[in-house]
Structure formats: C-alpha cells, structure tokens
Design a protein around this ligand. Structure first.
Ligand code: PGA
Length: 249
C-alpha cells in the first residue's frame, strides 16, 4: 500500500478573493486529496468552486458557537461555508494573539463537535531546543491541547509539528530531526490514548517546506504530510510539492 501523505497549504493573511480565484483556476487537476487553509473571506468562494480533491479549511476559529465576541467566527459559521478543517493553535496565533494550550483545547473540542477536522499546531522555540527542552515543551503542548479529547477522536484530527525556528526562515528541520519528534509524539499518544489512536493520527511537519525538502520527508515512517506556508502561495511551487507526493497528474 502506498504511504499516506497529505499536503496542507496555509495561505496565512494573504490573497484577496480575486487572487484566490486566479490561484484556483490555475491549479492542475488533482488526483489525491489536498488541503488549503485560506482566509475567512475566501472560504465560501473556494468551497463553491467545488474543485475535485481539494479540501478547503480555515486558519482559526473561536470556541463558542455564537455570542458577543465581536470580530470572531464560530465553528458552525466555518462549517456553513462548506469548509472541512481548521488550523488550531498555529504558533503565530500563540505568539501574536497569546493563545494558550487551554484555549486551543476548547477550540479543538468545538471543532470536533461540529465535524470540522482540527489540525493542532505545536512546536518548540529555538531556545527550547538549545536548552534541551524539546520533549518537555511538546509533551505539555500535546497533553494540554488535547486534554479530555477521546481516543476515538484521533481519526478525526491531525497534528502539525512546526518548530518555530523553522517557520518562514528558509531553514527547515532535517527530515531525520522531524522523524525523531514525530516518533516521540506518536509514542506519547500511544501511551496516553492507545495504539489505535497513535496509528490513526496524521502527524504533519511544517516549517520552510519546499519541493526540494519533500524527498527526504516522504521517506520517514512517522511523517504523514506537510503544512506549507510560503510555498503554497504560488501555484507553481504548491503544485511541485503536490506532484512530489503523486497528488496531481
Ligand atoms: P512556511 O510556514 O512554510 O512559510 O515556513 C509554515 C506555516 O507556518 O504553517
């Protein structure tokens, strides 16, 4: 059986509706499921295009269903656009908007209730790594963000390991270093939530991924996909990455 491997693009705060349309129209035909996390303003537009094999998702969500939270978007609202997944706890949200593991945990549960696939983002800083705290930091993020999430839910969520020092820096972690971390994350999941949860979960890597880095990442047994920021903004670079995993003809 071919190795399962998925690609999620993360546009961050980029692209007007017009630019999003242009991107969508230039995409090559996809032959395997691919994912694109887009700004809220592009969700409906891209979902309505109904591009085969392209799943559209949001980059954030508020944990409440509705209420007095000016400027926020709830899981039912995201769901109503046709979106299928949500990035949760991206390091930029943790850093710029002070999101805690506890808040991330509420968002994950809210997504699961709405049948939206949460993609939990976590990762250590350069200082954590230099000081030898990678395992402690990731364990805390993992356990607190997934507090009281049931084992059965692990087939309906994903994890993206994104070391902060590799995001947007052009300096990706080596495939070997990523494999070590993913192995650790899967082990921690197995110990706490059981083998089925550990096998079901998709663990992705994110941080300066390009078509060049894909070859080695794909070979690693515990890397199930990639979360791609900068390189997902241009159709050419995004398609090259998809092509490297056999995602388009
Ligand atoms: P990058 O971003 O690929 O530009 O490093 C990844 C991310 O933040 O998801």
């Amino acid at each position: 059986m071919a190795k399962r491997f998925i690609v999620i693009g993360n546009w961050k705060m980029n692209k007007t509706q017009e630019q999003a349309l242009e991107f969508a129209r230039s995409l090559p035909p996809l032959i395997a499921p691919n994912y694109l996390a887009v700004p809220f303003t592009c969700l409906q537009l891209l979902c309505d295009l109904d591009i085969p094999m392209l799943k559209i998702g949001a980059q954030n969500v508020h944990p409440h269903q509705e209420g007095a939270f000016t400027g926020e978007i709830s899981p039912p609202m995201v769901k109503s656009t046709g979106a299928q997944f949500v990035l949760v706890g991206h390091s930029e949200r943790r850093h710029f908007f002070h999101e805690s593991n506890e808040f991330v945990n509420k968002k994950i549960k809210a997504c699961l209730l709405e049948d939206l696939v949460p993609v939990l983002c976590l990762g250590e800083s350069a200082m954590d790594r230099e000081e030898g705290h990678v395992e402690d930091v990731l364990k805390k993020q993992l356990f607190e963000s997934l507090f009281e999430v049931e084992s059965q839910s692990f087939s309906k969520l994903m994890i993206a390991y994104e070391p902060i020092w590799a995001i947007g820096t052009g300096k990706p972690a080596t495939a070997q270093a990523v494999q070590e971390v993913h192995f650790l994350l899967r082990k921690l999941i197995r110990e706490k939530w059981g083998s089925s949860a550990a096998e079901a979960i998709f663990i992705l890597y994110g941080g300066s991924v390009t078509a060049d880095t894909m070859k080695n990442l794909i070979k690693q047994p515990d890397i199930d996909g990639v979360l791609v920021g900068g390189a997902s903004l241009k159709v050419e670079t995004y398609s090259q990455i998809i092509h490297s995993v056999g995602g388009h003809s």
